[in-house]
Design a binder for this molecule. Sequence first.
Ligand code: GLN
Length: 470
Amino acid sequence: MLNKSIKELSSLLNKKQISSVDLVNETYSQIEKFDSKLHSFITVKDKSVTLKEAEEKDKNRKSDSSVVFGLPFAVKDAYVTKDLRTTAGSKLLENFNSPYNATVVEKIIKAGGILIGKNNMDNWGHGASNENTNYEIPHNPWDMERITGGSSGGSAVSVSTRMVPFAVGEDTGGSIRNPSSMCNISGLKVTYGRVSRYGAIAYASSLDTVGPMAKSVEDLSYLLEIMAGHDDHDATSSRLPVEKYSQYLGDSIKGEIIGLPKEFLEKGLDPEIKKTVLTATKVFEKLGAKIIEVSLPHFIYGISIYYLIALSETSSNLGRYDSFRYGDKRELFSNETVRRILLGTYALSSGYADKLYKKAQKLRTILIQEYDQALKKCDVLLSPVTPSLPSKIGEMISDPLKNLLEDLYTGTVNLVGAPALVIPAGFSENNLPIGLQIVGKKFGEGELFQLGYSYQQETDWHKKLPIILK
Ligand code: GLN
């Protein structure tokens, strides 16, 4: 059942052909079958409690209930939850229980979603492989020896293996997009401010975004309708009205202009990923879109700018876990996190702030202008997600620079604040998933859904299941 779309599940529930109790049972049976090997969850809620919730949902279902009413779901362990501990992937918060739910969690629960558990992640969101977790390292269901991508790796695995119909991820520099691509699911990084960050454990506050991860673009569009909107608890959340995103599904993409930044296909990109992006352009052309070349001359500085800003902000945000205010013991910060705090503190210290932090901020403005310019010539940008295929577990952790480079195509989008959709677009010769990124104009999520949905009507990459399920 959990292989069906959110809309299908909701309609079967309405017709009483299935029940929420069935769905919750299936969720736990998938978790029991696979998660001792895959480690997509850090904490799973007690089954007797969620089954009770499901019974309630079955009783109280109305014909106009939300599409997620009675559906199980998971959230990255970066969001605080009242009933379950929140670790942010770190031992430092191993015993932390929040007195309230993050806004996004609260919204989904209010709409009738049943929270099943908290997904594995890199400590504080620090990483692109999910190996920087203090819990078991999650494994990629397409190849058990490989990484899931990160930092929302656990969420990607739980959707990819149909443990839950959808999950909530967090994306500061690629953390929703990178694991979505590596585990063959669809994921959305929203425009900065589209979804409230209240209750999200802060990594880098000017870059953090909250977004859905699911099996298809269609599912993502329904989820964003529930998750988006202004929140009095988050001053950076936008007051723009939330659109009916699902209305964009099925709109023709004839005449859409898709820009392909020439810098994206230059050095550093795996040839199989490059080929996949180029093949995807043909699909869009067939659907009536036009592909043009654009340029982002400062793109090559993107990673340096991203890490200067992200690490400066994280050094400030993590100051609160000094074990006087929050957190067990600060010795429990991982090596990677200590490295990031040190670099960030250095970039902000007097004498260096002008040369490093301020310069990065100026370059951030230039990047914003360049993206704006490019998006005047076209409607969206097409891009790879990561420069390389999922590596073997252990390879990246010994090569921190490679880990940082994974954000080459995603990190700049967070600097700019734009939305970006990731959809499955093919496989490498050794059967590893390859995703495609479509970057839109600010608050242009609807157009991304329109394009992504058309692509998924034409292709069936997103329907392919990992070997482990066969
Ligand atoms: N890999 C990036 C980093 O470590 C992005 C992480 C994220 O989006 N949370 O900063």
